[in-house]
Design a protein around this ligand. Structure first.
Ligand code: A2P
Length: 268
């Protein structure tokens, strides 16, 4: 009699387990990975979830990560820093396709289009891995339907650290879903602070000095029409808030939409 082979099935052994499908390393400090998406997970582009691994003590070791993939994608994408002695990233950086991670399917966050009042020009202001939520929002048709112009300012120390965002932005015009919507609405301002490049300097300085407006040939900030989303380190977020408030923009939230919203980028 023929033996019937048992079906080979990846049985989740972790709570809320998802399977890693691909991993891309950009620098010795940065990597991105994709994983399966729980059927139950619905999210708004720009939100974050808790993800992680099982700790040595057998308990989940979780951190907040912005979802970098758009809400229509059948997989999930994350963009992460690697911290040599970071409790989670020192281990997470070694994941391989087929490995499991823990993902709590409860998305939250204020970096969403709903937390902004209607406007004409949207600024996405990111340092380092703060580009992650914008990787999601830039691939969401709603972003392009709601705004006449989208300006992406992404600043990192060195050129290589801009690669993830640059690849994503350069692929947008050819995207079958949103390529036509993007049209000529996108202005991209990638800058470095510790290496030369086309643009240099901190986002805060380039806004305050007026350099970015001159370089791109666009109008100064106007609270009647400009909206901003901010994601970066704590120090950057505090400093950019001052710049935006000086220009007359107020901070919004899900419950009270206004002219700008802020989220802290993942740190360890
Ligand atoms: P800088 O090189 O001048 O510190 P990090 O890798 O440390 O998170 O920094 C990412 C980018 O954010 C760097 O280009 C850094 O510039 C910039 N940055 C750090 N702190 C601030 C801040 N308070 N305001 C504006 N930009 C900042």
């Amino acid at each position: 009699m023929d033996q019937i082979a048992p079906a080979v099935k990846a049985t989740p052994t972790l709570p809320d387990a998802q399977t890693v499908t691909s991993v891309t390393h950009y620098t010795d400090r940065l990597f991105a990975f994709r994983c399966t998406r729980p059927l139950s997970l619905r999210f708004r582009s720009g939100e974050f979830v808790m993800i992680g691994l099982l700790g040595d003590n057998g308990k989940p070791l979780l951190r907040a990560y912005s979802i970098a993939s758009p809400s229509w994608d059948e997989e999930l994408e994350f963009y992460s820093i690697k911290v040599p002695d970071g409790p989670l990233t020192s281990r997470l950086q070694h994941i391989q396709p087929g490995d499991q991670i823990i993902l709590r399917p409860k998305p939250v966050g204020t970096l969403v289009l709903d937390a902004l009042l209607p406007g004409k020009r949207l600024w996405m202001l990111a340092t380092g891995t703060g580009i992650a939520p914008f990787a999601s929002l830039l691939r969401d048709p709603e972003t392009w339907e709601k705004y006449e112009q989208v300006v992406v300012m992404h600043t990192c120390r060195e050129q290589a650290e801009l690669t993830y965002g640059r690849n994503l932005i350069e692929a947008l015009p050819d995207d079958p879903l949103i390529g036509e919507l993007v049209g000529d609405k996108l202005l991209y301002y990638p800058a470095t602070t510790r290496e030369d490049g086309k643009y240099t300097g901190r986002i805060t300085d380039n806004l305050s000095s007026g350099k970015v407006f001159a370089d791109l040939g666009i109008a100064l900030l106007d609270p009647a029409t400009d909206r901003a989303m901010v994601c970066g380190s704590l120090a950057f977020n505090l400093d950019i808030k001052k710049v935006l408030e000086n220009a007359g923009l107020n901070e919004g939230a899900n419950s009270s939409p206004a002219e700008y919203v802020v989220e802290k980028a993942f740190v360890d």
